[in-house]
Design a protein. Structure first.
Length: 398
C-alpha cells in the first residue's frame, strides 16, 4: 500500500444477489468512503455480469430503452419481465437478461427445486426481441434459478423436446432424463438470421464433476439426490444436443460456457449457433457498456470491489477477480468487500485481491443481512478506509 492516503478511489462492485444491484452497492460503498475521506475523488463503476440489472444498465449506457413483457416464470406462473433495446451505435441490438425471466429471485424459497423450474420465459424474451426487430441478441447469463439445459427456452422458440415415445417431456431438469430427440421443424426461422451472443462465465461447463448440476445445483435448492439426478439428466441432454448440433466442433459437455445458466449456453450454441463469449469481453469492453474500466483503474490510487460471497468460486470468472486481474496489470492495490467469506477465500490473494473485508460485524440471519445490506456495505467500507488511512499514517512516519 502507498504511504500517502489514497485520493482517487475506484469503486467497482458486483451486485449482491437477491439484495442490492451493483449500482446500489457502489452507492453504499461511496457513502462509506466519504465518511473517512470526504475530499476523495470517487469513481463509481457498477459492474454487470449478465445477471440481474444487466439489461437496464446497458439500456441506460446506450440511450436505449427497456421493453416490458409478461413471460412464463421459472415455476410456471406469469411474471413481469423485460428486455432492452439498445440505442446509439448499438441500435438493432437487444439484451435479454435471463435472470429477468428465470432468475433465482423469481423462485419462492419454498419452491426452489431445479428439477422442476423452467427457462421457458427466456425463450419468450428472445422471441419478443425478434418481434421488436432485433438483428443481434445478447443473452446475459447469471443469477439463474433453473437447471433445465435451456430446454424450456427452446420450447418457447418453437422446438419440441421429445421422449422415446414421441411425446413432449416434462418441464424442468428432471424431465431431461427422458429426452430422446429434438424436433426443430417449427423452430423460429428468424433465429437463423439473427446474431446471438451469450455473455457468460466461460468457466461454467454443462457436464462432469465441475458441471452445473454439481457446482450450482445446491445453490438453486437441489438436494444431494437431486444433484445426482440433474447431473445424469444433463448428460442425456448433451447427447440430444449433440445430435441436433448446428455448430461444428462444439464440445457440448465441456466447452467453455456450455453450462451457463443451467445449460442455456449449450442449448443456444448447439441449436442456434450462438457464440459463447466471456461476459467481460461483451459487457465491460466495447460499445455496449460505455465504460473503459482500465482507464478508471489507471487513474485510481485504490480499487474497491465487492460481491455477495467471496470463496473458492471467486477466481473462476467472478467480477472481483476480473477487476483485480486488470488492476494488477497497472500495479494498483485491491480490496474486496464480501457479504460472506467462504471456503477457499484465501485463494483470491493469488489473483490480485490484496485483502477481503466481510460486511457483517455481528451474527445475524440471512434475512436480516439482506434487509440491512446497504448500511452494512457502507459501514464495512468505512471500517476498511479507516484501516487503510491508519496504515498509511504508520507508513508515512515509519
Amino acid at each position: 500500500m502507498p504511504v500517502t492516503v489514497p485520493h482517487r478511489i475506484l469503486v467497482a462492485p458486483s451486485g449482491f444477489k437477491e439484495s442490492l444491484s451493483a449500482a446500489q452497492v457502489a452507492e453504499a460503498m461511496a457513502r462509506g468512503v466519504r465518511r473517512v475521506l470526504p475530499g476523495a475523488v470517487i469513481e463509481a463503476v457498477p459492474m454487470v455480469d449478465g445477471g440481474e440489472g444487466t439489461a437496464r444498465a446497458l439500456a441506460e449506457a446506450t440511450d436505449g430503452r427497456l421493453v416490458p413483457a409478461i413471460v412464463t416464470g421459472p415455476v410456471g406462473e406469469p411474471v413481469a419481465s423485460h428486455f432492452a433495446l439498445l440505442g446509439g451505435d448499438a441500435a438493432g441490438t437487444a439484451v435479454v437478461e435471463m435472470a429477468a425471466a428465470a432468475g433465482l429471485r423469481l423462485v419462492p424459497a419454498d419452491l426452489r427445486d431445479p428439477t422442476r423450474t423452467t427457462s421457458h420465459g427466456v425463450g419468450e424474451l428472445i422471441r419478443g426481441a425478434l418481434d421488436a426487430g432485433a438483428r443481434r441478441i445478447i443473452v446475459g447469463c447469471g443469477d439463474s434459478g433453473v437447471s433445465d439445459g435451456g430446454a424450456g427456452m427452446l420450447t418457447a422458440l418453437g422446438a419440441r423436446v421429445l421422449g422415446p415415445d414421441g411425446a413432449p417431456i416434462a418441464p424442468g431438469g428432471a424431465g431431461l432424463a427422458d429426452a430422446a430427440r429434438l424436433d426443430l421443424a417449427c423452430l423460429d426461422p428468424r433465429l437463423a438470421e439473427a446474431e446471438i451472443v451469450v455473455a457468460c462465465n466461460v468457466h461454467n461447463v454443462l457436464c462432469g464433476p465441475k458441471g452445473v448440476a454439481r457446482v450450482f445445483g445446491p445453490q438453486k435448492g437441489a438436494t444431494p439426490q437431486q444433484v445426482e439426478l440433474l447431473s445424469s439428466a444433463l448428460e442425456r441432454w448433451a447427447d440430444v444436443l449433440e445430435n441436433a448440433c448446428a455448430a461444428p466442433g462444439l464440445d457440448v459437455r465441456n466447452g467453455p460456457g456450455t453450462g451457463a445458466s443451467g445449460g442455456i449456453g449449450a442449448a443456444l450454441a448447439a441449436v442456434c449457433g450462438a457464440a459463447l463469449t466471456s461476459r467481460f469481453e461483451v459487457l465491460m469492453d466495447g460499445e455496449l457498456s460505455g465504460v473503459d474500466l482500465d482507464a478508471h483503474i489507471r487513474r485510481a490510487d485504490l480499487v474497491l470491489t465487492a460481491e455477495g460471497a467471496v470463496d473458492y468460486q471467486t477466481p473462476h470468472g467472478k467480477i472481483p477477480a476480473e477487476v483485480a486481474r486488470r488492476a494488477k496489470r497497472h500495479g494498483k492495490p485491491v480490496i474486496a468487500l464480501a457479504g460472506s467469506i467462504g471456503e477457499g477465500a484465501a485463494d483470491v490473494h493469488d489473483i490480485g485481491i490484496d485483502a477481503v473485508m466481510g460486511i457483517i460485524p455481528i451474527p445475524m440471519d440471512i434475512a436480516q443481512a439482506v434487509s440491512e445490506a446497504a448500511p452494512l456495505v457502507a459501514n464495512a467500507t468505512e471500517r476498511t478506509l479507516r484501516l487503510v488511512t491508519l496504515g498509511c499514517s504508520f507508513g508515512a512516519t515509519g
